[in-house]
Design a protein around this ligand. Structure first.
Ligand SMILES: Cc1ncc(COP(=O)(O)O)c(C=O)c1O
Length: 480
């Protein structure tokens, strides 16, 4: 995002003057900046409870944003309890969203706009189990043994110690065919996408899944990459449709565990994707964001193993350890290594050397495997608990997708997603409605659903959070 994106909305809707200070200084996507500005306006009382917000289209036009960015921000704020959306009467500031009468200082939040009582938003691992002691031991060993040159300007490929460790780990655990020379360290999947597209290493239009991470879509939009949605079902994206997409020679997929709907790409679709990339002279981008977390069987290996010259494999620590470390990696086809390095520049500007060396030691000493094993067991138990609870209390609400990952998607009866999101807002249960993940140009039928993250709540908060979740689900269709 550029600094020029400081914008004030003037007269936006038919009945509303909205003065929003969209200051990107706080960082994040456009959606994050807009969300912050709206929360701030509500908190300060500039947007009073009951105030109607402008329709997506007019606010988007006023602010120079994509309509979808505004729609997703409204949905997010509704899920958090700041806004309510009602069929026919638009989106309004929630009746309870009052500013505090006497602000006590910068920390003050409106009494009824506290943080959610239960936070089941997807995205976070169990950050409380970050292995501090083992990480510290690795950091100490790494610093004691690093050569002096490690503290120089930094190699844009990443430290050789880390690339060696990753090559071994990814090959052993994910079936990735990697040499240290084809790995480039970066700060995460988002950074990898920026390098690939802003650096014009890969060019659009890009096929993406009809449901995906909105943050990645806005990042691609910012890099002026047109995305073309592929339909998907319980077996992942319909990659057999790729040859029919005119001018498309790149596709971004989440094969191990479709994000967020949860299917695993079935074998013939994996083959179809690779065959298409070969025939089109194109490339598949494989986002393996949670590939280690499969519970019903051994994880299926990465698609990259089928054809390393036509697949860019993307991974990071964000689900397995912490999204705050900002460490990730790309395993590249040989011919893309140099272009990516050119896009990165002469020095390592993103991934700090101490974290890289620490991670190398953490992997080589077996601590990473141990941590993944431990958290896998923990997440699996949590998922099982959620599935069992739903079977008992809301058998008409089915979790979809394979048993994997840090979130589940609950299929809701058709037409109920919006009212469930409103009930969530009222009960201060933070969850992500599925609509927020849908590509604006998707043509497949929309599904009603909730994306529920179960990894992050503390143990003592999980039962109450799941109880509260059951409380916002619609009654069974027959009313029984
Ligand atoms: C679909 C998807 N891909 C990738 C990532 C990881 O992104 P990053 O490595 O930029 O933190 C996430 C979130 O953790 C995700 O949900």
């Amino acid at each position: 995002m550029t600094n020029s994106w400081v914008n004030h909305a003037g007269r936006t809707g038919s009945d509303l003057h909205l003065d929003l200070d969209l200051d990107p200084a706080g960082g994040g996507s456009r959606r994050a900046v807009l969300g912050r500005a709206l929360r701030e306006a509500i908190r300060e009382g500039r947007l009073a409870p009951g105030t109607r917000l402008p329709p997506y289209r007019s606010l988007a036009a006023d602010l120079g944003l994509a309509r979808n960015t505004v729609a997703e921000t409204y949905a997010e704020l509704a899920a958090e309890g700041w806004l309510v959306a009602r069929q026919g009467s638009g989106t309004r500031v929630a009746p309870g969203a009052r500013p505090a009468a006497a602000p006590r200082g910068p920390e003050t939040v409106p009494a009824t706009c506290q943080p959610p009582a239960h936070d089941l938003r997807q995205g976070l691992p169990d950050v409380a189990s970050f292995p501090r002691t083992a990480w510290l031991a690795s950091a100490r060993r790494a610093l004691n043994t690093a050569p002096h040159e490690a503290f120089g300007p930094g190699d844009p490929r990443g430290r050789p110690e880390l690339r060696r460790a990753l090559a071994g780990y990814l090959s052993r655990v994910r079936g990735v065919r990697a040499r240290p020379g084809t790995i480039v360290v970066c700060s995460g999947v988002a950074h990898a996408l920026r390098l690939l597209f802003e650096g014009k290493v890969v060019r659009g239009p890009l096929a993406v899944e009809s449901y995906g991470l909105p943050f990645h879509r806005s990042l691609l939009e910012a890099a002026r990459v047109r995305t073309v949605p592929l339909t998907l079902d319980e077996h992942g994206a319909r990659t057999e449709e790729l040859p029919a997409l005119k001018g498309v020679r790149a596709a971004l997929l989440t094969p191990a565990h479709q994000f967020p709907t949860g299917g695993a790409l079935r074998p013939e679709r994996r083959t179809a994707a690779v065959n298409w990339a070969r025939a089109a002279g194109g490339v598949l981008l494989e986002d393996d964001y949670d590939g280690e977390f499969r519970y019903d069987r051994e994880p299926v290996g990465a698609v990259q193993g089928l054809d390393p010259q036509h697949v860019v494999y993307l991974g990071s620590l964000s689900k397995s350890l912490s999204p705050a470390l900002r460490l990730g990696w790309m395993v590249l086809p040989e011919h893309l290594v140099e272009p990516v390095l050119r896009a990165k520049g002469e020095r390592e500007a993103w991934a700090g050397v101490t974290d890289q060396l620490t991670l190398a030691d953490f992997i080589e000493s077996g601590h990473y495997d141990r941590h993944v094993r431990r958290t896998r067991q923990r997440y699996r138990q949590r998922r099982d608990r959620l599935v069992a609870l739903l079977a008992r209390r809301a058998p008409h609400v089915k979790p979809t997708g394979v048993a994997a990952g840090l979130h589940a998607v609950l299929n809701l009866p058709p037409g109920t997603e919006r009212s469930v999101a409103e009930a969530a807002a009222r009960q201060r249960v933070a969850v992500d409605p599925l609509a927020g993940f849908r590509h604006p140009a998707a043509t497949m039928p929309a599904r009603d659903g909730l994306v529920v993250g179960y990894a992050a709540p503390p143990d003592h908060g999980l039962g109450p959070a799941f109880d509260a979740l059951c409380g916002i689900l619609p009654p069974p269709p027959d009313g029984g």
